[in-house]
Design a protein around this ligand. Structure first.
Ligand code: FAD
Length: 389
């Protein structure tokens, strides 16, 4: 009998796992979303992939993700472009931080270069206001992802069955072990069940009484009008201002974390990782962020997207020990998704681990702790997102 693995969630994480599992395994990916549309966070991600992270395990997962994405394309459109990334310092203190980041990059073996103000501004002249630039740190191996293209290409590569409009409403146990996954109309027998349900992870985990202390948060990202596309330039981050921007080819885009964190209650999530734009609450931070550009752009599109935060900015990745056969792969950025999928597939197959410190990602590491405290800790990290990106 072939081993049956059911993956709940077909975003970039679930699709990566499906693509990396060997053909000898029967894999079914259930997603509550409609065919042909990614309604989860993956469908909204603007695709910044910065490899360096303060947590070495995330740097390694990001490096492996980028290597996986390098080869992916769909109908001639590449999933990942190594355009590089640059961090900009606007103050002497921030410039010192960049020097520390350079040491971290050296320790991780990542290509990088500290730049003076003029060199920095010349890397992305449409995005970097020279009057707000004192120094920079360039990462040539960073890149920008088309998360939708990557996900579709991974699905194409996979022999798994992808089932849309399949909202999971139950996970059946035999004894304490997983046995099947239920939608409203079908039952899928399962030897293993992988939660790859992103911001909905806690809802799905609660079907078997597992608590995942993940907090969905709303986050603003805006696009400018269409314009003639120039040569590819690195994406840009201003860590001290909690702002980031990129050239999407035909238009500029900008996001900001410089606002009070906005948790989204699980019962208000709906089935799309997008919320209504909350007016002033995001308008002011976006206006402030625009001052970092040489010329602020008009807003052609405003996105209030939802992604997952955890109490230590690390994913929940690995087996759920007290429910044999249940695995978690949630709270994972596009940046780390491919690598995280490799790590989980290794664990599923009992292979030698190829990444360090995977125990730090254990899904049950906060077991027994107060949920309100854990949420407060997660939200504190929102304004310091670059601590672990
Ligand atoms: C505005 C914004 C900006 C971002 N910027 C970046 C960035 O620059 N760089 C970066 O690396 N990441 C970024 N992210 C984060 C990134 O998009 C996510 O971390 C990533 O896409 C999560 O992928 P996933 O597959 O885990 O989740 P998702 O893409 O959300 O997929 C989960 C899937 O599970 C399905 N599902 C949920 N519940 C059920 C159920 N009961 N039954 C069946 N199916 C179910 C959903 O339909 C969904 O398709 C951003 C996100 C947003 C919203």
């Amino acid at each position: 009998m072939r081993r049956k693995i059911v993956v709940i969630g077909g975003g970039i994480v679930g699709s990566s796992i499906a693509a990396l599992l060997p053909d000898g395994v029967s894999v079914t990916v259930l997603d509550q979303g409609p065919a042909g549309r990614l309604a989860g966070s993956t469908g909204h991600a603007p695709g910044f992939v910065g490899l360096l992270n303060e947590a070495p395990v995330l740097t390694e997962l990001a490096r492996a993700s980028a290597e996986l994405y390098d080869d992916l394309e769909l109908d001639g459109t590449r999933g990942f472009d190594r355009v590089g990334g640059v961090e900009v310092a606007d103050s002497p203190e921030a410039a010192e931080k960049l020097a520390e980041r350079a040491e971290l990059a050296a320790a991780a073996g990542l290509p990088h270069r500290l730049l003076d103000a003029a060199e920095t501004a010349s890397l992305a002249p449409d995005l970097i206001n020279p009057a707000r630039c004192r120094a920079g740190l360039h990462f040539p191996a960073d890149g920008t992802a088309r998360a939708g293209v990557i996900t579709a290409a991974l699905r194409e590569r996979s022999s798994a069955q992808f089932v849309p409009d399949a909202a999971v409403v139950g996970i059946d146990l035999r004894g304490d072990r997983v046995a099947a996954v239920r939608t409203g109309t079908e039952t899928y027998p399962a030897d293993d069940v992988v939660l790859a349900s992103g911001i909905w992870g806690p809802v799905v985990a609660s079907l078997v009484d597992v608590q995942l202390p993940l907090t969905p948060v709303a986050h603003p990202y805006v696009y400018g009008p269409e314009r003639a596309s120039g040569p590819a330039t690195p994406f840009v981050r201003w860590p001290e201002h909690h702002v980031y921007a990129r050239d999407h080819g035909g238009r500029l885009g900008l996001g900001t974390y410089d606002h009070a964190p906005q948790p989204v209650p699980l019962d208000e999530l709906g089935r799309n990782a997008e919320q209504p734009w909350p007016g002033e609450l995001f308008d002011d931070p976006v206006r402030r962020a625009m001052q970092l550009l040489p010329t602020p752009f008009d807003l052609a599109e405003r996105l209030n997207g939802v992604f997952a935060m955890t109490p230590d900015n690390l994913p929940f990745l690995g087996p759920v020990p007290h429910v044999p056969g249940l695995w978690s792969a949630v709270a994972i950025w596009v940046t780390a998704a491919g690598g995280a999928a490799r790590a989980l597939v290794d664990q599923l197959l009992g292979a030698e681990p190829r990444f360090p410190d995977l125990h730090t990602l254990a899904p049950t590491r906060f077991a027994g702790q107060d949920p309100a405290n854990l949420q407060a800790r997660s939200l504190t990290l929102y304004n310091d997102i670059y601590a672990s990106l």
